[in-house]
Write a protein that binds this ligand. Sequence first.
Ligand code: ATP
Length: 236
Amino acid sequence: MPMLQLEDINVYYGAIHALKGITLSVEEGQIVSLIGANGAGKTTTLRTISGLLRSKTGGITFFDKPLQKKSAEYIVCSGISHCPEGRRIFANMTVSENLEMGAFTRKDKKEVAATLKTVYEHFPRLKERMFQMAGTLSGGEQQMLAMGRALMSKPKLLLLDEPSMGLAPLLVKEIFTIIKEIHEIGTTVLLVEQNARMALSISDYAYVLETGKISLQGEARALSESEDVKKAYLGG
Ligand code: ATP
């Protein structure tokens, strides 16, 4: 049984049919990536899993429990955390206040403090800047903060939307190293990326999304060797 299963997901924005019958699964312990061009529906897929958008058909299960019709808060409490595209940090709050917001569903202060310590271990740059206003962080630091905040709910499954967006190559490398570390401590990851090469290099399995439909799927290594994927997403 997969950890997460999406079955025949159809999502609309008014008259726009953004997801057209998406079926996909994520096995516990894996890194699964979702790649595809702009507007293919990657962000929409993550927002639907998080309960921010609703599918007209089908269903989503997490550890065999249905998620559709559940609130976004219920979904966070059940172990899914979403690190959104464009970071969406709270600019007028400090780094540490942003991180505390990520633990809003948790009651045990001691355990939250232990998670905060782990987050600072993964992101020493955030620790150095804990009292700095988040809006004054660099782009890469803001990405780290968004990821750290998502980890504060201690998720079993982390949804990561375009973590490499707008970052210089060295920082992209750093962010991907951190994703691998987060995965190694036992977090399953569903990664949305335009940087298909980097995404495939750390993933076990991948799906290619094209205009709201899955056009290809397979082991990440096999996909990165596929001629179609090379031509369309890996620059030939
Ligand atoms: P990108 O990499 O550019 O973020 P994406 O694969 O994440 O792309 P989505 O953001 O999921 O794509 O968008 C899928 C489709 O839904 C696009 O055609 C987009 O224009 C449309 N769409 C997304 N959000 C809205 C909205 N709020 N209202 C109307 N249409 C939307």
